[in-house]
Design a protein around this ligand. Structure first.
Ligand SMILES: [Zn+2]
Length: 200
């Protein structure tokens, strides 16, 4: 008997790239927010931001401290009360919660805005469960857009750009304008219109 080649990971015994890829991913844990982020209608730069945010891989002061880039964590640049961390900046800070609340109110979204002990992922998964199909994608897009704008506000303070700093109602309006621009640019496939309101 001559030796014969056989590939054990495909029933046919023939090598396929797909079976190899599946094999390499066996046991991998899928991030619960992966679909929420990558299937949303947010622009790519915002999706990448959200992907890093849910993994705490943004360069906030706690991460900079862990990597030896600063000696101590900084207080939040907005409320000066808690630490500058992803969870604080995007959901827990009183400023962030006012922004979420104002956005949800203007859009008549029934989901509860985050409270001061929620984490971004926990709260997001809970809130999006109230939406179906294309509206779920629309809601995810709003969450990503708002989180991204909250992060940019934090950076405007960190990098000393006072002309960009907004109060919570100005930022909420800027977020709604941003979503409307995405919608006007033709994204959303009928799911984003629910999250666009005329406002001045
Ligand atoms: Zn704060």
């Amino acid at each position: 008997m001559e030796d014969a080649f056989a590939w054990p990971h495909d029933p046919s015994g023939m090598y396929t790239a797909r079976s190899t890829y599946d094999k390499l991913n066996q046991g991998a844990i899928r991030s619960p927010t992966a679909a929420a982020i990558w299937r949303s209608w947010a622009p790519l730069k915002c999706k990448i931001f959200a992907w890093l945010a849910v993994q705490h891989r943004l360069w906030t002061s706690d991460r900079r401290t862990r990597h030896g880039l600063q000696d101590n964590t900084s207080p939040c640049y907005t409320c000066l009360q808690e630490e500058d961390t992803v969870e604080h900046i995007v959901v827990q800070c009183v400023y962030a919660r006012q922004v979420w609340h104002t956005c949800f109110d203007s859009l008549q979204i029934n989901a509860l805005p985050p409270n001061d002990t929620d984490t971004l992922v926990e709260w997001w998964l809970r809130a999006r469960s109230g939406f179906q199909g294309k509206h779920k994608r629309g809601f995810d897009s709003v969450v990503i857009g708002a989180a991204w704008m909250l992060w940019k506000q934090r950076n405007a303070k960190v990098f000393n750009r006072p002309e960009q700093v907004k109060d919570y109602s100005e930022l909420a309006r800027a977020i709604l304008d941003e979503i409307r621009e995405w919608y006007n640019a033709g994204v959303g496939a009928g799911g984003l219109d629910r999250f666009v309101r005329d406002h001045t």
